[in-house]
Design a protein. Structure first.
Lengths: 386, 252
């Protein structure tokens, strides 16, 4: 890994950061208070992102993206991580998995997503199948030349704004020496398609305004043209394209932690008790020292994982380590920042209680901390036969 | 028409400045540096002139330490066509005085033959507000300072100036030096494609010696001090109390 950012990367970071500070921060209180992003604000953020050529910057130039490397993109996401998830959603970064679009899917889904004309959401999780994706009950069966989908997905982020959904469902079962194993297929489903409904989900403690919804399929009939990738090839599609999204979680945690840290550092320098700035007491100064050390460590771990991906090296374990460490670091940093602020840290006059709430989900979505540890341990132990 | 835009690398306006322990100036070690905000406005205006078809090339120039290259890259990422870096100092704490900067700029103008120089009205680090005016004197060109509106019309520029008590509109004959004020425009963000292109745009590196300009300081900084902390205010209960307090303070 080459240390330090290139001039372009520094400029990308500075631009996205100033975009977030000027275009996202001013609306955050409103979103927190109401739990909604007003449509005109969403449209404004989307249009500005399009104008700046940052929309869908994670896509290759051949389809109208910016062709950023994983490292460049991690830097974009890191700076976005400072701002509200609900608002950043409109700094569109469609799912890379859409690159698996084929034939007329390119013009119906991929290109409109890259141009910001259609928004996507991705649905894997079910009430009975979270970490255990293969345990999914949502299924599609052949009927004539079509597929008929039945089942429920929940926790689907961005479903309130999505025009279409990338949905993973079981399309059969293989018998293996280790027991039955589901075959999975990926479908593209339009909002409003007969037999498909989107319902309000739960109220989450984290990321107000970034809603999760419930999808219901009730004899939802789809032609073969809606299959993304190969029939029964859902796991391949997943492994090829979803592998890197954990870097997004990790790097956003780093960006948010840096924003939180600035509040804590400032307060430690300004707030006086017992006749001096509280930062001068070792009890506070050492917390500040630990915070920045962990933030820098998470930053480097994440960029190193992105760099490995760019070099085409195996990175599953490294990405898991970055996601695990950065999300747990953010929990510690937001907690410590509140401690430094004393009672005021809990009050919504400061955004610290929000950062602390928002941090909670990062250890759960895109694979829980336990699942990341499982991946790391398996990666190391399996070659040794354990 | 070619537009020349001088840009200065200064301490970022968000940074809380700290005076060096020896009082010789502001501590710039490990501090975030950015383009002088007024210069950003000048770059923006130059790019808008180009987009409006009134300029065909925008050249950014910076005089200072080698690191000013980053400032120039920012100008290129915003949309400037090429850049000239004139290295005139090694130490980031060494500020090049307005007269030396103006002399170097005069030489650059001689070489580049721009039809317009668009500069910030002042740099936020030392607030000199002199470079544009000095350059105008050295070149014998017309000047329009503190522009809050600018309209180029052939060999004439219509400049609205923010002056005490209102707005003044003047016509200046081109070529001219225009220095820009805060309300002229709102600078754009660099677009992603322009950021990626910036590296490939030409950036020439020169030194002050190349232009035969002596940058030895003529001014000596005697001391630099933090502004005195403002005492906390008080809340008064009534107008009578306010008047009484003002009397006590000898203000009325
Ligand atoms: C706000 C939010 C938004 C989301 N958005 C989306 C989305 O857009 N699309 C989508 O498909 N999903 C989404 N998810 C789902 C998310 O990915 C799952 O919540 C996550 O994978 C965990 O699944 P679960 O919540 O069912 O927990 P479970 O899998 O039931 O886990 C419960 C606990 O058991 C532990 N556990 C499970 N298996 C093991 C094991 N083998 N070893 C040790 N411990 C284990 C877990 O670590 C956890 O602590 C979202 C979730 C949330 C909260
Ligand atoms: C919900 C709520 C209800 C409350 N109710 C009441 C009430 O009914 N009546 C009442 O009188 N008060 C009440 N309090 C006040 C509470 O007791 C104070 O918040 C608490 O004493 C901490 O003071 P502070 O918030 O000003 O933090 P600060 O004292 O400013 O502390 C900030 C940080 O500096 C640290 N710190 C301070 N001094 C030192 C030191 N010497 N060495 C190391 N670290 C140090 C602290 O541990 C903390 O981490 C309430 C507070 C809250 C949040």
């Amino acid at each position: 890994m080459q240390y330090g950012l290139t001039e372009e990367q520094e400029m990308i970071a500075a631009t996205v950061r100033s975009f977030v500070e000027n275009e996202i921060y001013p609306h955050e209180d409103l979103v927190e208070r109401t739990g909604e992003v007003p449509a005109e604000i969403a449209q404004e953020i989307k249009q500005k992102t399009l104008d700046l050529g940052f929309y869908a910057c994670n896509f290759p130039e051949s389809v109208g993206g910016a062709g950023l490397s994983h490292m460049d993109f991690a830097i974009v996401e890191r700076e976005l991580g400072r701002g509200s998830m609900a608002l950043n959603h409109f700094f569109g970064r469609p799912q890379n998995i859409l690159m698996a679009c084929d034939g007329d899917q390119v013009d119906r889904y991929l290109m409109p997503a890259v141009r910001g004309e259609k928004m996507d959401a991705l649905a894997m999780t079910e009430p009975g199948a979270g970490s255990d994706v293969r345990g999914m009950k949502c299924s599609a069966v052949r009927d004539g030349g079509d597929w008929v989908l039945n089942g429920t997905k929940h926790f689907i982020s961005g479903a309130d704004h999505a025009d279409f959904f990338i949905v993973f469902v079981a399309t059969g079962e293989d018998h293996t020496p280790r027991g039955p194993k589901k075959r999975i297929t990926t479908f593209l489903v339009d909002r409003g398609h007969p037999g498909f409904t989107v319902r309000d989900g739960y109220k989450s403690v984290s990321h107000r305004g970034y809603k999760n919804m419930i999808l219901e399929f009730d004899d939802c009939r789809l032609p073969d043209a809606q299959v993304l990738g190969e029939v029964d090839g859902g796991f391949e599609v997943m492994n090829t394209w979803l592998y890197a999204t954990r870097i997004t979680v990790a790097t956003m945690c780093v960006g948010r932690a840096r924003r939180v840290f600035d509040y804590a550092l400032d307060y430690a320098a300004q707030r006086e008790q017992f006749g001096q700035p509280i930062g001068k007491f070792q009890g506070i100064g050492f917390q500040i020292a630990d915070m920045i050390t962990e933030i820098d460590a998470a930053d480097l771990l994440t960029l190193a994982a992105a760099d490995r991906l760019d070099k085409g090296l195996p990175s599953n374990r490294e990405i898991a380590s970055a996601k695990l460490y950065a999300s747990e670091m953010l929990a510690r940093v937001t907690d410590a920042a509140i401690q430094v602020h004393g009672g005021m840290g809990l009050m919504d006059d400061f955004p610290l209680e929000r950062f602390w709430r928002d941090a909670r989900v990062e250890r759960i979505w895109d694979g829980t901390s336990e699942i990341q540890r499982h991946i790391i341990a398996r990666d190391l132990l399996r070659p040794l036969g354990a | 028409m070619k537009v020349l835009v001088p840009v200065k690398r200064v301490i970022d306006y968000n940074v809380k400045v700290r005076v060096k322990a020896d009082g010789s100036g502001v501590d710039l070690a490990n501090v975030k540096m950015s383009m002088n905000p007024f210069d950003e406005i000048a770059v923006e205006e130059a790019i808008r002139l180009k987009e409006a078809g009134k300029a065909d090339e925008v050249v950014a120039v910076s005089i200072g330490v080698k690191q000013a290259q980053e400032t120039l890259r920012t100008a290129l990422a915003m949309g400037a066509d090429r850049a000239i870096l004139v290295v005139a100092a090694d130490d980031v704490h060494e500020d090049i005085e307005p007269l030396a900067v103006a002399k170097i700029l005069a030489k650059v103008v001689e070489e580049e033959q721009p039809g317009l120089v668009l500069a910030g009205k002042q740099a936020i680090d030392n607030d000199m507000n002199a470079t544009g005016q000095m350059l105008s004197a050295l070149l014998g060109w017309s000047q329009g300072t503190f522009a809050s509106e600018l309209d180029i019309d052939g060999d004439k520029a219509v400049v609205t100036r923010e002056v005490d008590g209102g707005l003044q509109t003047i016509n200046v004959t081109m070529p001219a030096i225009i220095t820009v004020d805060l309300r002229l425009n709102e600078p754009r963000y660099a677009s992603l494609p322009n950021i990626m292109k910036a590296k490939r745009k030409p950036l020439d590196e020169k030194t002050a010696a190349d232009y035969g300009v002596d940058t030895t300081p003529r001014l000596a900084v005697v001391s630099t001090a933090e502004p005195e902390a403002r005492a906390a205010g008080i809340i008064v209960g009534s107008v009578d109390e306010l008047v009484e307090k003002l009397k006590e303070a000898g203000a009325v």
